[in-house]
Design a protein around this ligand. Structure first.
Ligand code: ZN
Length: 436
């Protein structure tokens, strides 16, 4: 798929920044260096295009955009891959319920997402792959797992399976991966509860373990299906889709790790646990080496609205496209998001947009002159804030303080520096993605 246009990112004084970027690892709860090597590789899970782009999605992609920007400012060569789950149960259910062809629904919502990301100034992934276009690669991966004994077939109900009903659905055998469970570190009871709640099928008859995840869903009447070679006609499971797209998009060799896998907090389990497990099985390393998969898992908090998690079924979506239609500056939307640390759970409310707008106006005012207070300390503070677990609220506070000083009519202007407002504007643009 073609991603959206890349925004211009100015280079800042003092490039490359000396700070290593640290992030909170969801697996261990520790603050770790996000990319310890010379490069940086990120896989952020993309949307299922049926309710794009609500503020919760925007919050997640703006959070990972901060990471990409901080890495770039630190001189890292950043490789970023993401996906679009353009065929999956929730998308098909929504299409069915609304009488829209699932392909049209996916295409229209993906287009909207692209526009929203462009408006919000999010740096696009270099590789952006749809589930549909990844089908042949996923089918090959699943066939390889079947062959190695890491997957098994589960018989179909009557009427399923098209011309080859004897070929069952394919599930991963989690006992093939002794490290399963090390991402989310849940106890069995909690794992089963999340699995049932978040799209899993613990009660499917014929599975070896209730947690074993679907890899290949055979053709069902009325559902789209693709040629899966030895698997029979069908479509990929969600976790294996992300594992294969991450492997191919980031060019992972056998046993090779990448730096960060990210997404919203509700992806920690089962999605990231399962996709990491599949990567370990698909790209086994040499004996004793660190297993494949992400070195660090990073998750953004969920954004609520009117006391509930934002979801289309509850009818409480705040859509970026609607805010834009209402005439809100996308940069103010971005500032409204950045006012909250990416890991916190918070609620969008009637104060969010006016606060973002007021800050944008104030910052634009503050950088409008030729001269102003030195920007050096503020640039350093913004860099330090982002290097410390992408602490956007601290970065905003530093810029606010500079803006307050700059706009204070009583301040001593004798030490003003020509060009300081320009450096401030470039800082805010390059590191926070806010064009002033
Ligand atoms: Zn994913």
């Amino acid at each position: 798929m073609h991603a959206w246009p890349t925004p211009q990112v100015p280079e800042l004084p003092g490039f490359p920044a000396a700070h290593p970027v640290r992030v909170h690892d969801s697996s261990t709860g520790e603050l770790v260096e996000a990319a310890p090597g010379p490069g940086a590789r990120l896989y952020a899970c993309g949307i299922t295009p049926y309710d794009a782009t609500h503020i919760g999605h925007a919050n997640t992609y703006v959070a990972f955009d901060l990471l990409v920007r901080a890495w770039r400012d630190a001189g890292k060569d950043v490789a970023y891959t993401s996906n679009v789950t353009d065929v999956d149960d929730p998308l098909l259910e929504r299409a069915e319920a609304t009488g829209v062809d699932w392909r049209e629904l996916a295409a229209s919502q993906t287009a909207l997402f692209r526009e929203d990301m462009t408006a919000l100034g999010v740096i696009p992934p270099q590789t952006w792959t749809g589930a549909v276009e990844s089908v042949p690669d996923v089918a090959r991966a699943v066939a390889a797992m079947l062959e190695s004994g890491a997957a098994y077939r589960v018989p179909l109900e009557p009427g399923a399976g098209g011309p080859t009903p004897e070929l069952g659905d394919v599930y991963a055998d989690l006992t093939a991966d002794p490290r399963f469970g090390t991402v989310a570190r849940l106890d069995r009871e909690q794992a089963l509860a999340y699995f049932a709640e978040r799209g899993g099928d613990p009660d499917r008859e014929g599975k070896k373990d209730p947690l074993d995840p679907l890899l290949w869903r055979r053709e069902r009447p009325g559902e789209p299906a693709w040629d899966g070679g030895p698997l029979g006609t069908g479509r990929p499971g969600w976790h294996i889709e992300c594992a294969v797209i991450a492997r191919d998009g980031l060019g992972l060799a056998a046993g090779e790790r990448f730096d960060v896998q990210g997404g919203g907090f509700d992806l920690l389990f089962p999605h990231h646990e399962m996709s990491t497990s599949h990567l370990r099985v698909l790209c086994p390393g040499t004996e004793g080496a660190e297993p494949a998969g992400a070195r660090t898992h990073v998750h953004a908090g969920l954004v609520g609205y009117e006391g509930e998690k934002m979801s289309k079924s509850l009818g409480n979506l705040v859509l970026v496209s609607r805010l834009r239609e209402e005439g809100h500056d996308p940069m103010a939307i971005r500032l409204a998001l950045l006012a909250h640390h990416y890991r916190t759970e918070w609620e969008w409310d009637e104060t969010s947009m006016p606060e973002g707008e007021a800050r944008l106006v104030r910052w634009r005012d503050a950088v409008s002159g030729n001269g102003g207070p030195s920007a050096d300390a503020t640039l350093a503070a913004v860099r330090a804030a982002l290097a410390n677990d992408l602490d956007a609220p601290a970065a905003l506070a530093a810029v606010d303080a500079w803006a307050d000083l700059s706009l204070d009519p009583a301040r001593d202007t004798s030490a003003d520096e020509e060009g300081a407002p320009g450096i401030m504007a470039r800082t805010v643009n390059a590191l926070l993605g806010v064009r002033l």
